[in-house]
Write a protein of this length. Sequence first.
Length: 349
Amino acid sequence: MKKSGGAEKKRVRRSSVALQNGNRDPNSRYSSPGAKKDVFQLFAEKVRDHKDLVSRWAVLQETRVEYFRGKDFASFLRNHAELKESLESDKNLETEDIVNVLLSKSLLVRCDRVVKTVRPGKRKLSTWPAHLEIFPDQIFSENDAFFAWTFVKRRPLWQTLLSFFWPVLTLAICLFPVYPHRCKLLILYSCAGVLLVIFSLLLVRAAIFGSIWIFLGKRVWIFPNILAEEATLRELFRFWPKKDEEERPKWTARLFYAIVAVLVILLLRHHAPDEAARARYQKRMSNIIDDVLEWSPRLALSGIMEKQTVVNSTETTNNFTDVSKESTEGVVPPGDTGAEAVPDQPEYE
């Protein structure tokens, strides 16, 4: 028993080190560059890249990892038995044995939820916890067991291309002021349309949720949360609401938020801008947009040249005026007798 306990501690420690390093176990067979890749490593990569295995992201020892549930993995292998062909001679192994081999090779690490008590207002524990910790017994189980991948996921081609074109896109954004006028209009209206769709979707989503929550006491999100970091493209176009797993809210809370919503609507309606204020704001914004769209290096340089020309002509006019004044002061008008300008001559008898 002591040997098995020490072996389990060593395995947990090795899994923790592999998780912190973010790569595979250096003592395994597939870590050598010249050696043949291990069949279990190939199997793990295929399983992780498969879209039918339900997985989520969580924080494990200050590291963001991708994990799945034991019961989901068992049903996944039952539905996709063809993936076992990559194991060659070990393709007849059971699901429990396969996962135990993956755990021994530090390709997986069994985890447990950090929060093990039901929070106030909840009926049961979260299906997908956001914070995990390493479980002491590194063996397979389907009952509330979570398993996190410890190796770096293979980067697809589109991510490599995106990382290459990202600096190009940044440079293109910086060069927006020198674009042609039609390109500026196209980019402006496209971005404005995307922002309008996003804000409209969020507003409709919040309005539907608030109305159903106040009148029926149920939490129904018609549209997915487009601001979530882990929302996939499939989840983004799923409009069917999820099942409400929380307790029904009290009628006092619903009444309070209904009164607050009515007061906010009345306040916004009372302080809504009139037609004159709206026209002034629209004119101000249109002037700002026109300044951005009509800017060009040629106009900017011509404006600088015009300013320089005006400054030079002003300085020349001032110098000419000063010289004229000085010359005018030294010349005697023809109608003047010159008594004041010429000093008195001494008289000789």
